[in-house]
Write a protein that binds this ligand. Structure first.
Ligand code: PEP
Ligand code: MN
Length: 263
């Protein structure tokens, strides 16, 4: 169902007036974790100022260690809803349990399925029943074939309002958090009709190369770029090392716009 052979035209996701997968590319930003109402408002104000319409923030956090912050859960989704309404933004947030797929639509505009759950088939099937779009992340060590098959699970279960996002894969390279597979962008665009985004935060884990990687993604034909921003990254409850602060985020956005690559 997701194959370009089956549907030659691009799938375009409509989010309150923002199209993803059409002729314009979108920037998506927000904090790794929703930590408080105030934190989210500061980020939302910066997004609005930068002309960004889609905010992403995690409420259910799939953390490597069980002792790390696990997210605010439904309370976090409620904060996303309130802040999105105040600032006129659309929202994306990760859902990790099939039981939360249905109620997610009450709070957010797009369900993210994270890298660790790319092959959680029961979650994928439930996401196929969702009434709202799904953003599927590439698994930590997933081949493109596995990634496309995971998307197919969602589509065949009834939801073809689907987007893919490359977030880096695990390789032997240690100078980046993961290895950003830029080749995934044109391949997924050729093989599927789905919008393809690139997450420059989790793929690189390095603030100093996020701008060139975002440019590479846009030049390669990505439909959007996702980046994490936090009012005070040093005190962030997750991904403290790699979230941009607000001035860095503004500089990043200026760099993206000045490149002329964002159309
Ligand atoms: C995230 O997007 O917040 C996240 C945890 O990333 P990933 O699933 O790609 O590791
Ligand atoms: Mn993160």
């Amino acid at each position: 169902l997701v194959s370009r052979k089956n549907q030659p035209e691009n799938t375009v996701i409509e989010l309150n007036g923002t199209s993803i997968g059409g002729s314009t590319q979108v920037m998506v930003a927000g904090p790794c974790s929703v930590e408080s109402y105030e934190q989210l408002r500061i980020v939302a104000a910066a997004l609005k100022e930068a002309g960004i319409k889609v905010m992403r923030g995690g409420a259910f956090k799939p953390r490597t260690s069980p002792y790390d912050f696990q997210g605010l859960g439904i309370e976090g989704l409620k904060m996303l809803k309130a802040v999105a309404k105040e600032f006129g933004l659309s929202t994306i947030s990760e859902i990790v349990h099939p039981a939360h797929i249905e109620i997610a639509a009450d709070y957010i505009d797009v369900i993210q399925i994270g890298a660790r759950n790319m092959q959680n088939f029961e979650l994928l099937k439930e996401a196929g029943q969702a009434k709202i779009p799904v953003l599927l992340k590439r698994g930590i060590a997933a081949t493109l074939e596995e990634f496309v098959h995971a998307a197919e699970y969602i589509a065949v279960s009834g939801n073809s309002n689907l987007m893919l996002i490359e977030r880096g894969i695990r390789t032997y390279e240690k100078w980046t958090r993961n290895t950003l597979d830029i080749s995934a962008v044109p391949i997924l665009k050729q093989e599927t009709h789905l919008p393809v985004l690139v997450d420059v935060t989790h793929s690189t884990g390095r603030k100093d190369i996020m701008l060139p990687c975002a440019k590479a993604a846009l030049a390669a034909g990505a439909d959007g770029v996702m980046i994490e921003v936090h009012p005070d990254p040093q005190t962030a409850l997750s991904d403290a090392a790699q979230q941009l602060d607000i001035p860095q985020f503004i500089e990043f956005m200026n760099g993206v716009r000045e490149s002329g690559l964002l159309h």
